[in-house]
Design a protein around this ligand. Structure first.
Ligand code: MLT
Length: 239
């Protein structure tokens, strides 16, 4: 069996993920936001690579059922109804709606994972349920890819740490497991960092969110197993 980690989507070539089981991780904040929105009754999330693409995708959908959401530099995009805070994804705001979401790193990573099968969305917020699903994919397929969104084309500690915790959770009892170098580094990170809170709060993303007065989102994202939903991305929709 084999697990490959990518710390950013930059190392991917077209077709690299076709037909492979993939977990996309952007803990601060896109994957936490997607999980929360679906747990609170959103019908689907459509990830967009850019704000412009989000507007175009939304214009093809029925106005009543669609909500534009997303951030630039952590703040809500002008003219959009919601930002990228998981705390905004309340049942009242997203229940029954299709959210078209554009974020700096997370939604481009999701778009890059297209062609994977399945493409799951993971974070501490759904960690236990995610690990069970990912383990089943590893057993069925014999391999798994963890694609971290990273931050501004660089490594992001909260995503790498989550990848390491996920590998440790899914590899129990597996006799022979091959890992790429990034996967080995992700596991090593879990020896250096003790808790979700330590991983998230020490991150550059957390600093940027605190500067934008959004430190509460970091605390929200650091609490594991809030939800049991494991979002799955297929045909350009996350459900
Ligand atoms: C992203 O996709 O880049 C993030 O989720 C950034 C953020 O929400 O602050």
């Amino acid at each position: 069996m084999r697990i490959d980690v990518f710390f950013t989507p930059l190392g991917l070539n077209p077709g690299d993920l076709t037909g492979r089981g993939v977990v996309v991780v952007d803990v601060l904040r896109a994957s936490t936001t997607v999980i929360t929105a679906l747990a609170n009754g959103a019908k689907a999330i459509i990830p967009a690579a850019t704000a412009e693409e989000a507007v175009r995708l939304a214009s093809n959908l029925e106005k009543d059922g669609v909500v534009l959401a997303g951030e630039r530099k952590s703040l809500k995009i002008e003219g959009f109804a919601l930002g990228n805070s998981p705390r905004e994804m309340t049942a009242a705001a997203v229940g029954g709606k299709t959210i078209v979401l554009a974020t700096t790193n997370g939604t481009p990573a999701l778009v890059a994972a297209q062609g994977g099968d399945p493409v799951l969305v993971g974070a501490p917020a759904n960690f236990r349920a995610l690990a069970a699903r990912a383990r089943a994919v590893l057993e069925q397929r014999g391999e798994l890819v963890v694609l971290c969104a990273g931050r501004d084309k660089q490594f992001a500690v909260e995503d790498g740490y989550t990848a390491g915790r996920l590998i440790k959770a899914v590899r129990r009892g597996v006799k022979r497991l091959e890992l790429n170098d990034a996967a080995r580094a992700a596991i090593a990170l879990t020896d250096a960092v003790a808790t979700w809170t330590e991983a998230l709060e020490g991150s550059e993303a957390a600093r940027q969110l605190a500067e934008a007065d959004l430190a509460e989102d970091v605390r929200f994202a650091a609490k594991p197993d809030r939800f049991t939903v494991v979002p799955s991305y297929a045909d350009r929709r996350i459900t």
